[in-house]
Write a protein that binds this ligand. Structure first.
Ligand code: PLP
Length: 388
């Protein structure tokens, strides 16, 4: 069968493929330690589940408005005001099938063929693929461990051309866990205004911050930046709701209306009763977020202590999300070979950095329990000893 040309231009998500392989090995009775999934291992908090069950029992089982339940759009606008100091109302918000879908809608609503999108590397692996699917062109800007895997204002400025439409900012970052400081955000914001480009701020990990790290939403910097900002966020990571598939996009009302039109012809609305769970997530006490964060913080310390004790791998200290991005150059292997060998010989699943635009690194997710972390890192240490 002759498939569309665009199929050949994208690659399947390597993170989903490796996580699936690790799950299948586990199902076959193999003792796998998986650091692959970007998914909190906690169950969704009970009050959120109960709200969805109540909605289901109350008959919230029909089609709803394409842009989302009005009450949820309002709750999100309220959250953006109180948490991020961003002045949006419900008409500036669309509820989507996850943060991934928010970004996909955005690319479809915004990009014409040839429009350029600036993406700092290492990047979340779906960004360039979405840009390609929408007909845009990714302009990848490499960053290094020395610069904390952060793009500098000069790099951003140099990457801009008359075709630049959008800059993708992701802080805290997947895969590196780095967080831009408020000053760094302000400096990037100045370039966004100077170059008159749009910025989408992917804030899906905004609640997962350690020690003194602070999250500043770029739209908060000034009215001039706010006009050029689009926010993408969701419930998956902060509330452990990955399977619920609820995210949102916030921005200029005309853009949101365009995304809603696209959504009305693709997925219609997000599962109606699930949206009631999301309302409960936003409107209830936020203790569950703090409890999960506490668990992540302990795991982060455990992982970093072990990594520091191992020779042959290094990483900058992550300040957010639940990932460490390890440089493996000293092993003499590139990332795919390293991860294949690690999974085959020691049953440890990690994601090759090549998926994120850096073939000298691998990503470990510590969204898993401490005993698995300890066992998996024992195995990683033994694995490394063979190569050093
Ligand atoms: N953005 C980043 C940086 C992510 O890591 C993810 C998920 O892994 C998403 C967006 C999308 O999350 P979801 O579609 O599950 O809401």
């Amino acid at each position: 069968m002759k498939l569309a040309t665009r199929v050949g231009q994208v690659t399947p998500s390597l993170t989903l493929a490796i996580a699936a392989k690790a799950k299948a090995m586990k199902a076959d009775g193999i003792d796998v330690c998986s650091f692959s999934a970007g998914e909190p291992d906690f169950d969704t908090p009970n009050h959120i589940k109960m709200a969805a069950i109540q909605a289901l029992n109350a008959g919230k089982t029909k089609y709803g408005p394409a842009a989302g339940e009005p009450k949820l759009r309002e709750a999100i606008a309220h959250k953006l005001k109180t948490d991020n100091n961003l002045n949006y109302s419900a008409k500036n918000v669309i509820v989507t099938n996850g943060g991934k879908h928010s970004l996909f809608n955005l690319m479809l609503a915004l990009l014409d063929p040839g429009d350029e999108v600036i993406i700092p590397a290492p990047f979340w692996l779906s960004y360039p693929e979405m840009v390609t699917l929408a007909g845009g062109v990714s302009v990848i800007v490499s960053t290094t461990a020395e610069s904390g895997y952060k793009i500098t204002p000069d790099q951003l400025r140099s990457a801009c051309t008359p075709k630049t439409k959008l800059f993708i900012l992701n802080s805290p970052s997947n895969p590196t866990g780095m967080v831009y400081s408020p000053d760094e955000i302000r400096a990037l914001a100045a370039v966004v205004v100077e170059q008159d480009i749009l910025v989408v701020s992917d804030e899906i990990y905004e609640k997962i911050l350690y020690n003194d790290a602070q999250h500043l939403s770029i739209g908060e910097v000034s009215e001039e930046v706010f006009k050029r900002t689009i926010i993408s966020n969701g419930f998956a990571k902060a509330y452990s709701m990955t399977g619920w598939r609820i995210g949102y996009l916030a921005g200029d009302a005309e853009l949101i209306q365009a995304a809603s039109t696209i959504q009305s012809h693709s997925t219609s609305n997000v599962c109606t009763f699930a949206q009631y769970g999301a309302i409960a997530a936003l409107e209830s006490e936020q203790d569950c977020v703090a409890e999960m964060l506490q668990a992540f913080a302990l795991r982060r310390v455990a992982v970093l202590e072990r990594i520091r004790g191992m020779s042959g791998i290094t990483c900058p200290e992550p300040e957010g999300a639940f990932y460490v991005f390890l440089n493996i150059t000293k092993t003499g292997m590139k990332s795919l070979k390293f991860c294949d060998a690690l999974l085959e010989s020691y049953q440890v699943a990690a994601i090759p950095g090549i998926a994120f635009g850096d073939d000298d690194c691998i990503r470990l997710s510590y969204a898993t329990d401490l005993p698995t972390i300890e066992k998996g890192l024992d195995r990683l240490e033994q694995f490394l000893q063979q190569y050093l």
